[in-house]
Design a protein around this ligand. Structure first.
Ligand code: SAM
Length: 684
């Protein structure tokens, strides 16, 4: 639960572990509920008095995660941005204005408006017209000085002209003319010239519109990627999944997904927003805190210098829920060295008001019924936690983390239901002691955080982003370089019901915060639809896979490659083909046929029936050419075209041959790459 980065959390664990004697350990081990565990540990004197002051003081120093806005720093950055403009370096000026905005205190609204206005000029020059318009709107709503407004109205008009939004441009030119009346810093001639230019533009525009029959303006472009669509019918019980999925249960495997009807490779099976998702600290100034998309033109948090948003919408969502509480505790959380899992466990609380949990708490143990909603904490609470298999050391470790997170929750204002307004002062967190008045909150929220930490161990997913080098000007094809970046951690409640296979039938990728699960193989009705938790049989030998899964997810894998001891890719024999026995009785057997076989009817060793291999060979004839075409399309970045070829190939393969064989996995692997490229990329 601790990250590799330096932080005081590891030291905290070590110190506490050394301080705990055997009696305390035994007392702790005998406790039967999470709330009792947290209440007991938090009441111990060496926990309450644990001295955090030095660690917290170190956090105040700043570094990557400064604790407060700084006007002077912001001004310096703005001035540097202006200098970059004078040199014509618009990209640099944009970066400097972004940085300046991050540090500008919200109360300096006029200065803030000037930085937005300057950034809009840079964006206009960089031909980011929609973004320039958004910044102009922001600067006006922040009270941009009246005598300067003619500039931004004029800029607005010019941007609208490029976007062919002529009706709006007319209004903007009219505003420019009115604003020139207040431009008392301009000399008479300059003012007159600007007025004449704007009037001329108005005349031209009005005439043009009359001639064109007064057409409506085109709509403004959407900035955030649209929510991916689940095709076909939604599952009535699990709305994030398609109706091709059903959730089954057995005693050994728990819940798992199966195909309720035949699924074709390429089908989208699930689109789900996280119940909770947390961006890694290192991406907090390059990606939206709320939806994880890359933000070259960010909107900073009004209160802290650490997080950015892609839109007013994301900003509002975050501030009104989790970020309102987390704003000032983030530097401490990030610098503590605790893992993303700990942060998600906390986010699962901060994103909902305290009353939400106090109301549902007593009913949490009863099994959830009704429609399985992503937003419902009760569904999360019932995900696998393997509490009965945990050692006392494991619980003790998580409990220590819980107490630290509870302290942060207290500091955030959560227990009072009021967002903390001020950054954290070292005096606010000298020790881990939490106010006596919050003893009920310690038991309730402590038990939930401790539970969350256990659940997340088995149910959290990494959110990743695929790299795509910028396409050349005029080239609309986006190619990815196969590299991806781990951006965030999240828990998707419906996806968390899918079990693992070392030979998975699906691929998962991300569109903003949404996870999309897509079939990468043809799956027959009744077969399990499994995803993959890490080790794949084609690259990792059985023993290693099994050990990894046991260690991380606490189960013995009995997927087909494990049970049948399938060879890894490099050891798959290509000396013979694995024909499916096509007797009229269903026979599961594979009929091995050497490439140089002279017969065309081959007998099955199990059912003794004959399989006509000529028919199969004929149908496979075209697969080699198809594969070449698919690969060529991929090389040009035409992933949709390539996908069609690979899907067609899989149909032919599945009608005749039985995996594992190399060409099948070549095809599946390339299909997977295409899906990732189409669904999940970020231009770097
Ligand atoms: C993300 S959950 C999957 C859903 C879970 N089965 C449930 O009932 O909610 C992960 C846990 O499911 C179980 N699991 C996953 N894949 C499995 C498999 N192939 N065989 C047995 N158990 C599996 C393990 O207990 C694992 O820790």
């Amino acid at each position: 639960m601790t990250q590799d980065i330096q932080g005081f959390f590891k030291k905290f664990h070590d110190n506490i572990n050394n301080a705990i004697d055997d009696v305390t350990r035994n007392n702790f081990a005998n406790l039967e509920s999470n709330s009792k565990r947290v209440s007991y540990l938090s009441s111990l004197p060496f926990i309450r008095n644990y001295d955090l002051s030095t660690d917290v003081s170190e956090v105040q120093v700043g570094g990557d995660f400064p604790v407060k806005k700084e006007l002077e720093k912001s001004r310096t950055l703005k001035d540097e941005g202006n200098k970059a403009v004078q040199k014509g370096d618009w990209i640099k000026s944009l970066q400097l204005y972004n940085h300046s905005l991050l540090f500008m205190p919200q109360k300096e609204s006029e200065e803030l408006s000037i930085v937005y206005a300057n950034r809009s000029a840079a964006l206009n020059h960089l031909e980011q017209f929609e973004e320039a318009l958004s910044d102009i709107q922001r600067c006006l709503s922040l009270g941009y000085p009246r005598h300067l407004r003619y500039k931004v109205y004029e800029r607005r008009a010019r941007c609208l002209l490029v976007l062919k939004r002529n009706q709006e441009a007319i209004k903007a030119f009219q505003d420019t003319i009115s604003a020139l009346d207040e431009a008392n810093n301009l000399n008479k001639e300059k003012r007159q010239k600007l007025r004449t230019d704007a009037k001329l533009m108005l005349e031209v525009l009005n005439k043009g519109l009359v001639l064109a029959g007064n057409p409506k303006d085109p709509e403004s472009l959407k900035k955030t990627p649209p929510k991916p669509k689940l095709p076909g019918t939604q599952n009535s019980q699990y709305p994030a999944a398609s109706d091709a999925i059903q959730i089954d249960y057995d005693n050994d495997k728990g819940r798992f997904a199966t195909a309720s009807k035949d699924i074709q490779a390429g089908e989208i099976l699930l689109v789900e927003k996280p119940h909770s998702g947390v961006l890694l600290g290192e991406y907090c100034k390059s990606h939206c805190q709320n939806c994880f998309i890359k933000c070259p033109i960010p909107i900073p948090c009004p209160k802290c210098p650490n997080v950015i948003f892609c839109s007013e919408n994301c900003l509002k969502t975050a501030i009104q829920s989790y970020h309102g509480y987390e704003c000032h505790i983030l530097p401490l959380l990030w610098k503590s060295g605790c893992s993303i899992t700990c942060h998600i466990a906390l986010r699962m609380i901060t994103q909902k008001p305290k009353e939400y949990f106090t109301q549902i708490y007593n009913d949490l143990e009863s099994k959830p019924s009704g429609i399985y909603k992503t937003d419902d904490y009760k569904n999360i609470y019932h995900l696998v936690a393997h509490e009965d298999k945990r050692t006392k050391q494991d619980l003790l470790h998580r409990c220590q983390m819980t107490i630290f997170l509870l302290k942060l929750l207290e500091l955030s204002g959560y227990f009072e239901g009021k967002h903390r307004e001020k950054e954290i002062d070292p005096d606010d967190i000298k020790t881990l002691e939490i106010g006596e008045i919050y003893s009920d909150d310690i038991a309730l929220f402590g038990s939930l955080i401790l539970k969350n930490l256990q659940i997340l161990q088995f149910n959290a997913h990494e959110v990743f982003e695929l790299h795509c080098p910028k396409p050349k000007v005029g080239q609309y094809i986006i190619k990815h370089d196969g590299k991806s970046t781990f951006l965030a951690g999240a828990v998707f409640p419906t996806l968390a019901l899918f079990n693992h296979s070392c030979d998975p039938g699906v691929v998962r990728y991300f569109c903003g915060p949404y996870v999309v699960v897509r079939a990468v193989k043809n799956i027959k009705a009744g077969q399990e639809v499994a995803e993959n938790y890490g080790p794949i049989f084609t690259t990792v030998p059985k023993q290693k896979r099994q050990a990894e899964l046991k260690d991380q997810y606490w189960f013995d894998c009995s997927c087909v490659p494990c049970e049948q001891n399938w060879p890894i890719y490099s050891e798959m024999t290509e000396n013979y083909m694995r024909f499916k026995c096509d007797s009229d009785r269903p026979c599961p057997n594979v009929v091995p046929v050497p490439y140089d076989c002279k017969e065309f009817m081959v007998q099955c060793g199990l059912c003794q029936q004959y399989t006509n291999i000529l028919r199969g060979l004929k149908s496979l004839q075209d697969t080699e050419i198809m594969y070449k075409l698919g690969r060529a399309a991929m090389a040009e970045g035409k992933y949709g075209e390539a996908m069609k070829k690979f899907i067609e190939m899989l149909k032919l393969y599945d009608a005749t041959l039985s995996p594992p064989y190399q060409s099948y996995y070549d095809c599946v692997q390339d299909l997977r790459r295409c899906m990732l490229a189409l669904g999940n990329y970020s231009i770097v």
